[in-house]
Design a protein around this ligand. Sequence first.
Ligand SMILES: NC(=O)c1ccc[n+]([C@@H]2O[C@H](COP(=O)([O-])OP(=O)(O)OC[C@H]3O[C@@H](n4cnc5c(N)ncnc54)[C@H](OP(=O)(O)O)[C@@H]3O)[C@@H](O)[C@H]2O)c1
Length: 265
Amino acid sequence: MNKLNIGFIGGGNMAEALIAGLTAAGHGAAHVHVTDISQARLDTLHQQYGVTCYGDIARLALSSDVLVLAVKPQQIDEVLGKLGAIDGGQTVISIAAGISTARIAGKLGEKAAVVRVMPNTPCLLGAGMSVLFSKADKIHRQRAEYVLAASGQTAWIDEEQQMHAVTAVSGSGPAYFFLLAELMQATGQALGLPRELCEQLVGQTALGSARMLLESGKSAELLRQQVTSPGGTTQAALEAMFEGQLPETVRNALSAAAKRSRELA
Ligand SMILES: NC(=O)c1ccc[n+]([C@@H]2O[C@H](COP(=O)([O-])OP(=O)(O)OC[C@H]3O[C@@H](n4cnc5c(N)ncnc54)[C@H](OP(=O)(O)O)[C@@H]3O)[C@@H](O)[C@H]2O)c1
């Protein structure tokens, strides 16, 4: 796999996260190709990762076994128009939110092997969560798995419709944790702690809690109960959260994200 020519169309934040993951995992930089509207962006990516840069989509497509569509959803039609028909040997990975595999295949031809992916921003640190969907042959699914696994964990869904819920949970999810972190940091300061200490306390608490969720084998509910002594400080805080309708707020928030994802599609 590390000799596959992987071509990124769009060299923005997400593309850079995936390129960083691939090159760190030992994928030869000479086999990573990128095109972007901005020459300055291409120069930066070349300097930082040693990737090969192309001035136009058609030339990049000719030299790539795998094409990664990494532009904004509103830019995807223009890119698909420039790509034209694709032969069945190439794998097309789209990370564009809300763009269906049928819409992409409709523009690239029936033979196009399309894999749709919803990554998230922790891919930047190799700690991403990417969810994949495809009806293409195993070889194409394996190639997509290879590209995304370099930046974090992967999971597959069987129904493309589930991508809306995935977007609501893990695609947008980092922002929910960041909001909670902001609020906890600000309140820590209001309670008299210095800003740097609040940032450390909240960041390390988030990291430790995430590791317990992933590594303890215990449910979130059980872990919560285990830090909540009857009549103690945690119980006082959680009671305030329930009184403030936090469960309902979270349900409404994720439902709104899923609804917006369906609207954008
Ligand atoms: N960021 C996230 O959390 C996240 C999570 C899941 C999925 N995604 C998806 O990932 C995709 C990329 O997001 P991003 O945050 O990386 O966006 P981004 O930083 O804006 O990157 C897109 C890049 O593609 C360039 N571009 C636009 N049109 C092009 C064209 N015709 N040919 C070549 N390059 C072109 C853009 O240039 P200009 O800036 O000049 O337009 C930009 O540099 C989106 O579709 C998004 O839905 C993002």
